[in-house]
Design a binder for this molecule. Structure first.
Ligand SMILES: Cc1ncc(COP(=O)(O)O)c(C=O)c1O
Length: 520
């Protein structure tokens, strides 16, 4: 008989210990390396192999991981990764992923402890949001899928669960969200079969919040035209600038109009854990459903999205699974009440909950809230510095942790210049902000999410932006043609020169505010 377990465990055990040590070393020395480096083409070719028919030693495969994968990851562990909204992970969460992999539990259903852990995590999420204890929910890959679940539950609440059999017919359902909402909401409408045109993108005010007058007028217009408003999706933390909709007023309006109120709180919902930020989210506790991620601002390793639904019955009505082989029993392994597969589209599901449970248990929710507050404080300082620099222009208000700005030169294509500055920063490995468009112009977007990011990191990023911007501007003026590419070594040197005084090496080493494990 063949089994994949080794006859002698000692070599694999030693390798496993080495892997854990190596990853701890990697986490401890992040600052010494570049934020990101492009994977060279020859190494990509090395990765492409035909299906391995025979075995290799685990040590040899691990060597390939170290050579081909580890140096060329996304970079979001690094304190100067400020692009998109990627979380920084944490060492305890990493260990939880190892444990979950070892356990290999399937959380689709049945009666076992891992599902109890997920139920506990959902109860904590409900508590964080101010939802009732009876709220239900499920962990998913991310907020994109959590929003899709929100749309489907709202749809079923509006048309009744028979929509699962009959389909949408000519129901003419329409939904509402802000023009600044994340692209996964129109996609959710597409996937739900409603079509993206049925999502009304309501204009925003000058703070990037959904305009309530425009929402009210659009709902009235739709009703007159015979459409059926079924969902308003507010946003707590828009992806571009971090704006938070006026959730209380939306809740009032949705209640009055009897429309499902959903909140996309992908990263912003975690602000509920920070006492000074929490008032910004006022009204979220009145939502019918909230989608958010633990893998962004809560620093849980990917992936860990979450949907919480106030009325548990609505969620079960939408997804309850009926197949004969999923038959529930009063006792035995097939017991256990409502299964996670009754709450979302997945049947087989991994043990995502463990890394969330361990992260929250070890650090405590207050510490996660403090990390969110720290990110917002850094964003405020960054915005103030941008405002003081004549060569920089801030492009949006800062509600939470995102600062959008650009370098201004006297002449030339500013969008091109700023896109080049960001690409230079990334390719030099100095910092990784991303770009977005704000009011029609290209912005450098610094989203401070990572718990390792310090004030010194912000300064290094900003000083490098200024230096690259000036070099590129001068070079462009001098030779009146394509500006030269800034070389990696050059920017490294600039970064070390421009970093905060009192730090050693090219990148200042400081652990303030990072998620080091709390001693027992
Ligand atoms: C506001 C908002 N909604 C939804 C998403 C999508 O989340 P995920 O990438 O976890 O699917 C994001 C991602 O950045 C976001 O910022």
């Amino acid at each position: 008989m063949d089994s994949l377990d080794p006859a002698d465990w000692s070599d694999l055990r030693a390798l496993g210990h080495r892997m854990v040590d190596d990853m701890f070393d990697h986490l401890q020395t992040l600052r010494d390396g570049p934020v990101w480096q492009k994977m060279p083409e020859p190494l990509r070719r090395d990765l492409r192999q035909r299906l391995p028919r025979g075995p290799s030693s685990p040590a040899a495969v691990y060597e390939n991981f170290q050579r081909l994968v580890l140096p060329y990851d996304t970079g979001n562990l690094h304190p100067r990764f400020m692009g998109w909204v990627d979380g920084g992970g944490n060492p305890v969460g990493m260990l939880a992923v190892l444990l979950a992999g070892g356990l290999n539990a399937n959380l689709g259903g049945r009666d076992h402890a891992p599902i109890e852990i997920e139920r506990q995590v959902i109860a904590w999420a409900a508590e964080m949001l101010g939802f009732p204890d009876a709220a239900s929910g499920v962990l998913v890959t991310g907020t994109s899928i959590a929003n899709l679940i929100g749309v489907l539950v709202a749809q079923s609440a509006s048309l009744g669960p028979s929509v699962r059999r009959t389909g949408l017919g000519d129901s003419r359902l329409v939904a509402y969200t802000s023009a600044a909402a994340h692209g996964c909401l129109p996609r959710a409408m597409e996937m739900a079969g409603l079509g993206r045109d049925a999502l009304r993108m309501i204009p925003c005010d000058d703070q990037g919040r959904m305009r309530l007058d425009a929402l009210t007028a659009q709902v009235a217009r739709d009703r007159v035209q015979g459409a059926r408003p079924f969902l308003i999706a507010g946003t707590a933390g828009t992806v571009d600038i971090g704006a938070v909709d006026d959730l209380t007023t939306i809740a009032d309006f949705a209640t009055c109009e009897k429309i499902w109120f959903h909140v996309d709180g992908a990263f912003g919902a975690i602000a509920a854990l920070a006492p000074k930020l929490r008032p910004l989210l006022a009204g979220i506790e009145r939502a019918d459903s909230v989608a958010f991620d633990f893998h962004k601002w809560a620093q849980v390793p990917y992936d860990a999205g979450c949907i919480v639904v106030r009325d548990a019955a609505r969620q079960v009505e939408t997804f309850g699974a009926e197949a004969a082989y999923l038959r529930r029993e009063q006792r035995g392994l097939a017991g256990g009440g409502v299964w996670p597969c009754d709450l979302g589209p997945d049947l087989s599901r991994g043990f995502r909950a463990l890394k969330v449970w361990m992260t929250l248990s070890v650090y405590g929710a207050d510490r996660i809230g403090a990390i969110a507050q720290q990110a917002c404080d850094l964003a405020t300082k960054l915005a103030a510095r941008v405002d003081r620099e004549p060569a920089l222009e801030r492009l949006a208000p800062v509600a939470l942790n995102i600062v959008c700005f650009r370098f201004i030169a006297a002449d030339g294509d500013l969008d091109r210049l700023n896109a080049d500055i960001v690409a230079d920063l990334q390719e030099a490995g100095v910092a990784a902000p991303s770009t977005t468009t704000v009011n029609g112009v290209l912005a450098i977007r610094a989203a401070i999410v990572n718990h390792r990011t310090t004030h010194a990191d912000i300064e290094i990023m900003l000083n490098a932006v200024l230096e690259i911007g000036r070099n590129r501007g001068e070079a462009a003026r001098a030779i009146k043609k394509e500006p030269p590419v800034i070389h990696r070594g050059q920017v490294y040197r600039e970064a070390s020169r421009l970093g905060d005084a009192g730090t050693s090496g090219p990148f200042p080493a400081t652990s303030a505010g990072t998620l080091a494990a709390v001693p027992p």
